[in-house]
Design a protein around this ligand. Structure first.
Ligand SMILES: C[C@@](CO)(OP(=O)(O)O)[C@H](O)COP(=O)(O)OP(=O)(O)OC[C@H]1O[C@@H](n2ccc(N)nc2=O)[C@H](O)[C@@H]1O
Ligand SMILES: Nc1ncnc2c1ncn2[C@@H]1O[C@H](COP(=O)(O)OP(=O)(O)O)[C@@H](O)[C@H]1O
Length: 286
């Protein structure tokens, strides 16, 4: 059975820690981080078009359609493969933008996975990740779809298996642009490199916290409040902050008491996008 459309989630990620270890000659920073996916996602719908056109609805506030990472991913895949096909794409946006949850990068990765399948262009995950890296440093981990230890500028990935706890994620109303956080004079750029085995040794932090707490008081307040319950951290360059909890009930109780809005979710080592893609392939292609 064939099908000309597919729906995939584009899940968020958390950076369980984030250390900046240096700066390259081209200005990009080298870092160490651990990525885990969560079951909170945008939803991407793609349908094949035979006229070669690419369309995307709805428009996102403050992002021109041509700059939307979904359109950029679709165009990049078309250029890389020479496919004559197009797509009608619809995105149900649920993830806050610029929150450090990687929604834009995940939308791009799910677009690459969806169109590579519908167009039957058969690029490997490595090839899709290389296309994705040109769109953003966070895209490859979503393409590969496994929780990962990351080095380099975030593109050198080692798959890891982590506990899959419940999390409380708070979404303070603040927007910190990634490039602005990276160029800030207060950013520590020389954290000592750690080993994977130190991940749970209590020695990790997010080096962006100092900068972002200074730029965005709402993030500072959210971190202060959540820290009373445990080792709260910010994800990426913020603004979202999170805390791992021993069970769902505790996560729900903390969220209910929080003065800042947010959600609870579960950590996933395998990306929900890959789970959905495998299901689709089993139904339609095998
Ligand atoms: C910090 C992280 C951690 O996961 O996440 P976010 O908070 O953005 O989600 C990422 O490394 C962000 O990746 P991503 O959001 O894809 O950033 P990009 O679009 O590649 O880069 C935006 C800008 O940030 C700076 N940048 C980015 C990555 C890096 N390793 N060094 C940098 O200096 C560069 O100035 C670049 O032009
Ligand atoms: N499909 C998209 N979804 C979200 N943001 C997008 C998208 N396409 C482009 N962007 C741009 O990318 C920026 C970063 O988005 P996002 O990935 O949500 O945040 P972060 O990098 O902080 O995790 C947004 O502020 C927006 O300008």
């Amino acid at each position: 059975m064939t099908a000309d459309h597919i729906t995939l989630p584009a899940p968020a990620k958390l950076n369980l820690f984030l250390h900046i270890t240096g700066r390259r000659a081209d200005g990009y920073h080298t870092l160490q981080t651990a990525f885990q996916f969560i079951n909170r996602a945008d939803t991407l719908h793609c349908r094949v078009r035979h006229d070669g056109e690419l369309t995307l609805t709805p428009a996102l506030a403050d992002v021109a359609s041509d700059d939307n990472l979904i359109m950029r991913a679709a165009r990049a895949l078309k250029a890389a493969t020479g496919s004559s096909l197009g797509a009608t794409i619809h995105i149900d946006k649920h993830l806050p933008m610029g929150g450090g949850l990687g929604g834009g990068s995940s939308d791009a990765a799910s677009t690459l996975l969806a169109l590579n399948t519908l167009w039957e262009t058969q690029l490997s995950l490595e090839a899709l990740a290389a296309i994705g890296l040109r769109l953003g440093a966070d895209v490859p981990v979503f393409v590969h779809g496994h929780a990962a230890w990351a080095e380099g500028i975030g593109e050198q990935l080692t798959a890891i298996t982590l506990d899959e706890p419940w999390f409380v994620v708070l979404t303070p109303k603040a927007h910190v642009a990634t490039a602005e956080a990276f160029r800030h004079p207060l950013l520590t750029r020389h954290s000592e490199a750690i080993k994977l085995r130190d991940l749970n040794a209590g020695v990790t932090r997010n080096d962006f916290e100092l900068v972002v707490r200074t730029l965005a008081p709402a993030v500072d307040e959210a971190l202060q409040w959540l820290s009373q319950w445990g080792d709260a951290k910010m994800t990426g360059t913020g603004a979202c902050v999170f805390l791992a909890c021993s069970n769902q009930g505790l996560a729900a109780d903390i969220l209910a008491a929080s003065p800042v809005s947010g959600f609870i979710c579960r950590g996933h080592n395998r990306s929900p996008a890959h789970v959905a893609l495998d299901q689709w392939l089993r139904m339609h292609r095998i």
